[in-house]
Design a protein around this ligand. Structure first.
Ligand code: NI
Length: 212
């Protein structure tokens, strides 16, 4: 992989396109906003560059575009068919049929709910999947979990359950070495946060016992 081949012009067009598509309240208030897409993009580029990939067919531009476009057809936000939003961008910017299908395959393979948590089937997909998972854990992951919960009428307790249902499992599902290393620290931060929640709840119970 040659990271100097990153097509920055295309990346900047994609960023603008994503900012327009995701400019709806359901996305902005639920942690699936433009900033999430940009963080996933940055994570993906960072992972791709630290993985020492020798395969010349791996494309840094496909990785970057998939990361930016990964939520524009998210079924929690849109009712598009066959990734129509992502395809529209790729068509407008005249990407080849091969690049288009590879990018759509990456986007489809990284969805946790659609892919049932299975690993992506290409190195490009594995990188973007790790990049998206990293943004679901750690301090940002905690913030996004509660934002999504609030936007979807969930209680704080429901959101905390989501840590056990999904977020605490992600560390062991990372595909790449650099992804695993980055996930370790964020996982620990999340566990400390939950521990703190539990101890504050306990304090409350202790005070109640004391005063009643
Ligand atoms: Ni995402």
């Amino acid at each position: 992989m040659d990271s100097s081949k990153l097509n920055l012009k295309l990346i900047s067009h994609a960023t603008k396109y994503v900012s327009e598509i995701l400019d709806i309240p359901e996305a902005v208030c639920s942690g699936h906003d433009l900033q999430h897409s940009i963080r996933v993009y940055r994570n993906a580029i960072m992972i791709a560059e630290s993985e020492h990939i020798t395969d010349p067919t791996v494309s840094i531009t496909r990785i970057g575009l998939s990361a930016l476009l990964h939520d524009v057809d998210d079924h929690k936000l849109f009712n598009t068919y066959n990734n129509a939003h992502a395809r529209q961008f790729l068509r407008t910017h005249r990407l080849s049929k091969t690049d288009t299908e590879l990018i759509i395959n990456i986007i489809k393979s990284i969805s946790f709910s659609r892919n049932h948590g299975l690993p992506a089937n290409t190195i490009e997909g594995k990188i973007v999947q790790d990049a998206d998972r990293l943004d679901a854990i750690g301090a940002i992951g905690i913030a996004r979990c509660f934002a999504y919960g609030g936007a979807n009428g969930r209680t704080i307790a429901d959101s905390i359950h989501h840590f056990y249902d999904k977020l605490l499992l992600l560390k062991d599902m990372m595909n790449t070495e650099s992804g695993k290393t980055l996930a370790e620290e964020r996982h620990k931060y999340m566990k400390d946060f939950i521990q703190q929640c539990i101890s504050e709840e306990d304090t409350w119970n202790a005070v109640q016992r004391f005063t009643t």
